[in-house]
Design a binder for this molecule. Sequence first.
Ligand SMILES: Nc1ncnc2c1ncn2[C@@H]1O[C@H](COP(=O)(O)OP(=O)(O)O)[C@@H](O)[C@H]1O
Ligand SMILES: [Mg+2]
Length: 607
Amino acid sequence: MSDIIRLLPDSVANQIAAGEVIQRPASAVKELLENAIDAGATQIDLVVKDAGKTLVQVTDNGCGMSVTDARMAFERHATSKISSANDLFSIRTMGFRGEALASIAAIAHVEVRSRLTQEELGTCITIEGSAVKSQEVCQCPEGTTFMVKNLFYNVPARRRFLKSDNVELRHIMEEFQRVALAQPHIAFGMFNDRKPVFQLRPENLKQRIVALHGQSYNNRLLPVEQKMDTFVVSGFVGRPEYAKKIRGEQYFFVNKRFMKHAYLNHAVDSAFEELLPERAFPGYFLFIEIDPNEIDINIHPTKTEIKFQDERLMYSVIRSAVKSALGKFSITPSLEFNPEPSLDLRMPSASTPIRNPQIKFNPDYNPFESQKPEPTPREQSNRQNWEKLYSPPEEILPSQQTQAFATNATDDEPTGDQTFFQLHRTYILSQVKSGLMVIDQQKAHERILYDRYVELLSRRKAFSQQLLFPVTIALPPAEAGLMDEISEELRLLGFDIAPDGKHPFHFVVSGIPAGHPQNNIGTLLEGIVENYRTNLLELNLDKHNNLARALARNVAIKKGRPLHQPEMKALVEELFACKVPDLSIDGEPIIRIIATDKLMHESQPQS
Ligand SMILES: Nc1ncnc2c1ncn2[C@@H]1O[C@H](COP(=O)(O)OP(=O)(O)O)[C@@H](O)[C@H]1O
Ligand SMILES: [Mg+2]
């Protein structure tokens, strides 16, 4: 057989190498912003068009490049930041690989204009697919502007793999926010399709966090500070009550470089232990300043991991620094000594007359107020099945039942006075024909609401209750952008919401879905948009499903909420009217039935 190995042409090799560094417009944004920081800029402006697919432009007022350097910068492994392998252990700059510009130039139309501080004229170079098209002297301000146009124009497969503009823009905003957070003393601007997204002046870290995440962060942050011999940990953690349901605002920076670190993340989580409900994640913005000798920055260009020489020390310092931050503000777990009202199962003694239990409940609360359409045949049959479930086992006569589980159920009215019990404010228990039925209250309510919202969205008409006093809410900028995308659907669900016209991230809510409690509207909407955003990144849902899910998650009765008889009854009835009453919106079981003869065995309950 003849020889078959060939060297790839440079252009192909460059494209392959570029794919490692530049995966999407956001990667180009990150590299260009970091170069501007390394150039000592104090003002950096990012302009994107079509979520970076048409244009990514970064302008800085940094040191600029000489005519030769401007040309050299595009060569692979060309860098001014290190000159020997030893330098790898004392890196203070963001870049050091000398690959970014070469990669970008291989897969886009690039134009750079740069002028050194002391020079009168600058230089302008255009490059397409690694080939220099022109280089000339030009008039330009001090510093550098990179324009990256038509990313992946010569790699159609990559271009096809790009996500929608909204998703790509979010990736860009994420990179932008990481860089801007790490460098609060630098002024940043970001423009998307000519509209300003951020205008950040030089400020301190707290001001920068607030500028990026919204005014509400002003009183959410607790300062963290711990000085050690070889490193310093500083920054802020979010107050526990503002923990999010998704891993959102969790930032570690090491020498101003963003990193992900599962082990150290655990250190923060564990400092919050007992202060947070399950499935809630604390927010943090933590900075580690350390001698570069003590760390190993991953050599891979897109990885965000960093290794520490003494990881365990780092873990315990972070944990104790966060704990003491929480402690200083006397946020310690408060133990609840209130008895569970629903677990008061004392049997009446012979001397006390048996009275019907008195129920106290909030008459205004009705989580199920809705404009339900006529039940479908499927729903009707579910309801009937449920009713069958409740008819008492034939061999037990009503008179033999204990008071605790008493039902007046007759064949005619099997569900009438069914008694429900709440266990640990989490599960609804009740007797059914074959044994004990256990329902997860939160999952059940999520299912009910989800079905209702999907229905509302498809019918395109919802009932809204107008607020007497419209509420203005401020969303974190990353989420404010999403509001435009879902405002039509929110209207279909009954929200009356519009931009306030003055501040780009503020919205005025003047109506909410009928039957919804009027308090905490800001938190509710923030939660919805936040959920919607994660669903978008993690699940492949269409808009309606995504939104219905996000809303159901946020509105549903949570674990830990005490429920009264009528609420439990309504919840169970509504659940059985759902098309799929037994599966949660995540596909987990909502209902379990433990057969009477299994109750005293340890075996797994059968559902
Ligand atoms: N905005 C800028 N201002 C001044 N010099 C720059 C700028 N961007 C890039 N350079 C120069 O181009 C070189 C190559 O950049 P890059 O390919 O990103 O590699 P690296 O940042 O790893 O050195 C840098 O080392 C720097 O000297
Ligand atoms: Mg670089």
